[in-house]
Design a protein around this ligand. Structure first.
Ligand SMILES: Nc1ncnc2c1ncn2[C@@H]1O[C@H](COP(=O)(O)OP(=O)(O)OP(=O)(O)O)[C@@H](O)[C@H]1O
Ligand SMILES: [Mg+2]
Length: 235
């Protein structure tokens, strides 16, 4: 699988970084000649110790910061999602929050339709009128996902999306995201940062970030084996 995935680089990737470096103004070198590509839509996972550069990579892919050297190509529309949905959901109700993410060019009727479609995709349409503060953590994460989908993003950058969730909500969010990445029509591309090694089982491929550099693609199970004896624990 490793070879199969890494050979994909010969095709036109959806996203690629070629020896990208980035240092924060204080001098922290967060990305160091980092090379990486995403071959096709799917659920792709990224692991690595604290401070290794994962969130910095997401900021770069989402356009919040620019590479200081190296090549960067992205043929997808990204949306960034954080581990705490309370940092992301701004309006009082489910429906109004998703509405905020829509392109401003839509008519009222189109907007309502888009909100419904996005909520439907994450199994939350029945809770459209619920106040946000009455939702569980997992439900809030799915509303944040609906917002990303409504913005017409086709690359979801999920930074430890299940870190604050209990096992049931964690399962629900993984299944929702996996389903979106596998659907026949317009499958989305997901890049998922995790410290929970058991989540690698759900991935289509996984990479490890170390000191600002990413490894080649592995299967989730291969990477779990490499990370033994830590497998099953948080890294
Ligand atoms: N806004 C910032 N200003 C200055 N330095 C930063 C900033 N954000 C991150 N860094 C530094 O960049 C390096 C990489 O940090 P980053 O947040 O990307 O790591 P991470 O892999 O996401 O870690 P974690 O697993 O703890 O979330 C660290 O040395 C960190 O201190
Ligand atoms: Mg981080």
């Amino acid at each position: 699988m490793r070879t199969e995935l890494n050979n994909y680089q010969n095709n036109l990737p959806l996203l690629s970084l070629d020896k990208v470096s980035f240092s924060w103004p204080c001098g922290n070198k967060a990305l160091d000649k980092c090379s990486f590509f995403i071959p096709r839509p799917g659920l792709w996972m990224l692991v690595g110790s604290n401070g290794s550069g994962k969130s910095t990579l997401f900021r770069l892919i989402s356009g919040m910061i620019q590479a200081q050297s190296g090549g960067f190509l992205c043929n997808l529309k990204p949306a960034l999602m954080f581990q705490n949905p309370d940092h992301q959901l701004l309006l009082p109700s489910v429906e109004s929050d998703v509405l905020l993410s829509l392109p401003k060019t839509l008519t009222y009727r189109e907007s309502r339709e888009c909100v419904k479609t996005a909520l439907n995709q994450v199994g939350m349409v029945h809770l459209a009128s619920r106040p946000i503060h009455t939702l569980s953590g997992g439900q809030k994460q799915r509303v944040a996902l609906a917002g990303a989908l409504a913005s017409q993003a086709n690359l979801l950058l999920l930074d430890e999306p299940t870190a604050l969730l209990d096992p049931d909500s964690q399962k629900m969010v993984i299944e929702t995201v996996k389903g979106l990445s596998q659907r026949i029509e317009n499958p989305i591309t997901v890049l998922w940062i995790t410290h929970r090694l058991e989540e690698l089982d759900h991935s289509d491929g996984a990479v490890r970030m170390e000191s600002g550099r990413l490894s080649a693609w592995n299967s989730g199970s291969e990477l779990q084996k490499q990370l033994n004896p830590l497998a099953g624990r948080r890294v």
